[in-house]
Design a protein around this ligand. Structure first.
Ligand code: DER
Length: 223
């Protein structure tokens, strides 16, 4: 089964868990796109929810789908957020940010009672940093100096070309040959002057819904 179908499988399964009358964080990326389409369909059938988008891109799609939107300021506690991931390891830690929305995604994930991640089975890895770089959002001022400091933590980093985030910042994509201690790495990166946030999402995920050729796999955080 081709990847897009697997993404759609996971996305639509996650939407089944959205309760009427709830505040729903809406992630960013191509997998969440299928969830937005399904949510739009259910809203048109009468589902009453309020969406909190993690990016201008998601906001536009949600508006097109007729999903009522609000802000984190209006709703500082979110019932459930659905979002994608670039990598998922066995303890449900993630690399996110290929879509460039990691800052708002992490803020909204932190404000959520439940974080449900949706992904195709290709996103599963034994160790984070195997297939994807860790995106790091940095302020434009002195980004070159920030990059030098980052390169002492990662193998190498590249400025994401022709990209400015919704927050007016740059992204440095940091390559690793595997990340044995993601929690420490997340803290080391965020401790650097000039760094706004990074794409390591550690101990935040409650459930991962995987679209696999063999069907849906549900992974729940232990403990
Ligand atoms: O940029 C992001 O954080 C996205 O959610 C990303 O992690 C997954 O994007 P995809 O669904 O397009 O693979």
């Amino acid at each position: 089964m081709e990847t897009e179908k697997l993404k759609q499988l996971a996305a639509e399964r996650a939407v089944e868990e959205v309760e009427p009358g709830t505040i729903v964080g809406l992630g960013t990326g191509s997998t969440i796109y299928y969830a937005l389409l399904k949510l739009g369909e259910k809203v048109r059938e009468g589902l009453n929810i309020i969406g909190i988008p993690t990016s201008k891109q998601t906001e536009e799609i949600a508006v097109q789908q007729g999903i009522s939107l609000s802000t984190l300021g209006e709703h500082p506690v979110i019932d459930m957020t659905i979002d994608g991931a670039d990598e998922v390891n066995p303890t449900l830690n993630l690399i996110k940010g290929a879509g460039g929305a990691l800052v708002r995604e992490k803020i909204i994930a932190h404000a959520s009672k439940r974080l449900v991640i949706i992904a195709d089975e290709g996103k599963l890895v034994e160790q984070l940093g195997s297939n994807f770089p860790v995106p790091v959002e940095v302020v434009p001022f002195g980004w070159g100096a920030t990059q030098l400091a980052l390169n002492r933590i990662c193998r190498s980093s590249t400025l994401r070309p022709d990209f400015v985030s919704d927050n007016g910042n740059y992204i440095l994509d940091c390559g690793f040959d595997g990340i044995p201690d993601p929690s420490t790495t997340e803290s080391l990166i965020n401790n650097l002057p000039g760094v706004v946030e990074n794409g390591l999402f550690i101990n935040r995920t409650d459930q991962v819904i995987i679209g696999a050729a063999s069907g849906i796999q549900i992974l729940k955080r232990q403990g």
